[in-house]
Design a protein around this ligand. Sequence first.
Ligand SMILES: [Zn+2]
Ligand SMILES: [Zn+2]
Length: 140
Amino acid sequence: MVNLPDFILKRLEKYVEDKQFSDLNEAIVTAVIHMVVHADRYGLNSIKKKVKWAIEEHNKAVKAYKESIRLNREALERYKKAGCKQYKWLSANDQRTCEECRKLHGKIFDIDDENAPLPPLHFGCRCTIVPVIDFKKSWR
Ligand SMILES: [Zn+2]
Ligand SMILES: [Zn+2]
């Protein structure tokens, strides 16, 4: 039985509890847990390396998530300032797109509606918004 440092075990527990996983992180955690379970086969050093890598990957994903929150909020503010009244939700709509994001694809929301959803909907969400421009109105 290999004794893993406490902080690694705590981190692993948190990974498992945290429901906001992207597919990538789930794969990483699964790999790490597999190594911990078969610790005798892998050895402590390679497990430590793998956990370190997993934590780094996780941190990268967290950073990307925060960046996405910031960018979408900024976009909304820009549309508002430009006099735009509505925005349209765009999801990637590919095989990796989840049901929740797919449902929102093409939906139009009022910019002033504080309860309207704004991407990212979850960890790893790749959705974005575009302004809805009323051409008829602006040409009149
Ligand atoms: Zn989604
Ligand atoms: Zn999404």
